[in-house]
Every structure is written in C-alpha cells, then in structure tokens.
Write a protein that binds this ligand. Structure first.
Ligand SMILES: C[S@@+](CC[C@H](N)C(=O)[O-])C[C@H]1O[C@@H](n2cnc3c(N)ncnc32)[C@H](O)[C@@H]1O
Length: 355
C-alpha cells in the first residue's frame, strides 16, 4: 500500500496508486528477498538478504531469518546468545556504501549535490558517464523517475555488469528509464541520442574534457553539464576546456565537506574523523547554437595562464595523456574485479530465481 492522505475538499482518504519502480521494496514488513541492516549494541552493521529458513551467524550466536520475516521495519530481534539487533531497511545511502564495487563510487553527499545542482527533474533525459559501480545511476534514476530517461555509458563491460546487477538489486526489477551502453562516450553518445535532445549530462571520469564536443552536441540549449573530478588538476583542465569550447556559460566549481557531529549529553561536538576529500564539482550551461559567451569583465590574475599566457607551462593544462595513477587513483586488481562481478551477478541470478 502507498502513503495515504486526506483530500481537503471531500475529506476522503486516498492511497497513492501507481507505485514507481522499487517503491514497494521501501516499506512494509520484512519479506523474503529483502535486504536488512542489522545494528548490534556496539553500532556494528551487518547487511543480510532474507531467505526463508536462512540463518545469520556471528562469533556471538546466530539468528533465524524466519524470526525477522514478517516483522516491521525498525524492530529488534535477539540472537541465540542474547545479543539484540536493531533491524532497518538500508536507505539508498547505506546500500551504496555496502554494495559490490568495481570502480570508486560517488558518495551520497556528492550524489545529493549533483541531483540538486544539475537540476535533475522527473521526466528529464539525462546522460551519465562512466557508470562505474552504478552508485550515481541510482540517484539519477530516482530523480528522473519511471517517465524519464537515463543513458549511462561505460567503456568497461565488467564494470557495466557490476552496475547492472547493483541497480537491479536495489530497485528489485529492471528500471524502465535506464539504458546502459558499453563503449566510450565520445564514440557511443552521437550514435545513441539525437543532437540537442539531452537535458542534463553528468560526467564522472578521468578525462571529462575529452568529451566536451559530443556533450555540447547532445545538450539542449540551456542544458546542464556537471563534472565530478577527484583532483584540482582535473578541475582546472576541464574548466579551461569548457571556456575554450565556447559553447558553455562560465563554469562554476565547488566542493562539499560534511562533518558529522557526536551527540551525547553535554558532549556535543564535531566527530574527530571525517571524509576530508571526495571530489570537486564543476558545472556550466549549454548556450544556444551560434551564441558566443558574453565577454568576461573580470581579467584573470597575471600568470594564471602560465608564463606564455597560453597555459602551455602548466601541466594541468597541457595535452599530455592522463592515467589513473597520475591523479592518485589506487589501481583495482583484475582479480578483485572478477570477484566483484561474480558476487554481483550471483546475487542477481538468485534474485531472478526467487521471483
Ligand atoms: C569513478 S568511476 C564512476 C563511478 C560511478 N559514477 C559510481 O558512482 O559508481 C569512472 C568510470 O568511468 C569510466 N570511463 C572513463 N572514461 C570513460 C569514457 N570516455 N566513456 C565511458 N566510460 C568512461 C571508467 O571505466 C570508470 O568505470
């Protein structure tokens, strides 16, 4: 059942009738196939998928899945050793942090910024690259809804498989708005979407500047491009190339820092640990065809573009090839990726068998 509300004119109660993809998995008593997050008294988290007749073991006792199936979300269960666990359905942010990963994921704090600042709206046509593990894809799919369209491009087939399995597992079905294209965005985008029809483009990749021409062709006038990059050198390069392209408004960039707070009696203070850095966001709007950006009134600081004034001295602006190690990305071994792909696809096959 969906949420209920009272019609102010007639006073009658109404249920939300059409359930968007995945909504039925987000509420109601726990059922076989649901993911449940168990929190022990020390705050340690375990995520399990409920199976009729299944058991959950730790070094301190076990509990039966059947003791959880049928309980309301937000209840507790006690194992054979008397340890009490809090039971909650994982939120999207919890799911993203615990799902199988091939590539690094966009953290929930940044997905929230992307959805808001790129103005991802229900019904929008959005392009995303690369897909990586599919973390950002889930936030984008929720924002465009069943009536929108998300084209996600990924050049690695193995990463695309992991993302497909993660997204299907989260929504409990294929999402009707989602298309995954395996290939490099530069080649695949022009053959996938019609010129000037895409509302929003989100790039999370090593070298987003290589894609600016195809992105500009795909975007509608006024459309939004947002790029998520890990280092200041990438930020600088993509912002300068957006300016040089001439088809975008002046780029604006920021980062977000989220600091948790410790809340205990009088000890109310920031947490000692935080994620000090995830990435930078930079955004610009597509100008209408043939329009040149208005001249900037503010002149760049002397030396901002290198000694020759053309950026040639600056490694950030040079045309050398970039690789993941240059920007400090830790290489992921082929063995780990094979393992993640196996884990993700086995979970998907189990889901399909259970349906
Ligand atoms: C950091 S990961 C993306 C993570 C993803 N946004 C998430 O939240 O799970 C970057 C991905 O971009 C892909 N990639 C890089 N350049 C690409 C391109 N030109 N076209 C398509 N995919 C690309 C890489 O293979 C990699 O999987």
């Amino acid at each position: 059942m969906g949420c209920r509300w009272q019609d102010l004119d007639s006073g009658t109660m109404t249920d939300a009738s059409a359930q968007p993809t995945g909504a039925t998995l987000r509420r109601g008593p726990f059922a076989a196939g649901d993911r449940v997050q168990l929190t022990d008294p020390k705050g340690r988290l375990h995520t399990i998928t409920l199976v009729a007749g299944g058991q959950f073991f730790t070094h301190r006792g076990s509990l039966q899945h059947d003791d959880i199936i049928g309980s309301p979300d937000g209840s507790t269960v006690t194992n054979t050793a008397g340890v009490e666990y809090l039971l909650l359905r994982p939120l999207l942010a919890d799911y993203v942090m615990s799902m199988p990963r091939g590539a690094a994921v966009v953290y929930p704090k940044d997905s929230g910024q992307i959805v808001q600042m790129a103005d991802i709206f229900p019904g929008a046509c959005v392009v995303e690259a690369g897909v990586g593990s599919g973390a950002l894809s889930m936030s984008l799919l929720r924002a465009v809804g069943d009536g929108g369209r998300l084209y996600s491009f990924e050049r690695r087939e193995d990463f695309a498989d992991i993302a497909r399995a993660n997204v299907r597992d989260f929504f409990g079905a294929e999402h009707p708005a989602w298309r995954v294209e395996v290939g490099d965005l530069v080649e695949a985008l022009p053959r996938t979407v019609e010129r000037g029809t895409v509302d929003r483009v989100v790039l999370d990749m090593l070298a987003p500047w290589e894609c600016l021409d195809v992105v500009a062709d795909a975007l509608i006038p006024g459309g939004v491009l947002i790029c998520y990059v890990a280092t200041a050198t990438q930020l600088s390069r993509v912002a300068e190339d957006m300016r040089d392209h001439g088809g975008f408004t002046e780029p604006s960039a920021w980062e977000s820092l989220v600091r948790g707070w410790h809340l205990e009696g009088l000890a109310v203070r920031p947490e000692h640990r935080m994620h000090g850095h995830t990435g930078f966001l930079v955004t610009a709007r597509r100008l209408a065809p043939g329009v040149t950006p208005p001249l900037r009134k503010r002149r760049p600081a002397k030396g901002a573009y290198g000694e020759a004034g053309d950026g040639a001295e600056s490694p950030a602006l040079s045309t050398q090839e970039w690789n993941p190690e240059d920007v400090g990305e830790r290489p992921v071994s082929e063995k780990k990726i094979r393992k993640m792909r196996r884990a993700a696809t086995v979970a998907q096959q189990e889901d399909e068998r259970d349906e």
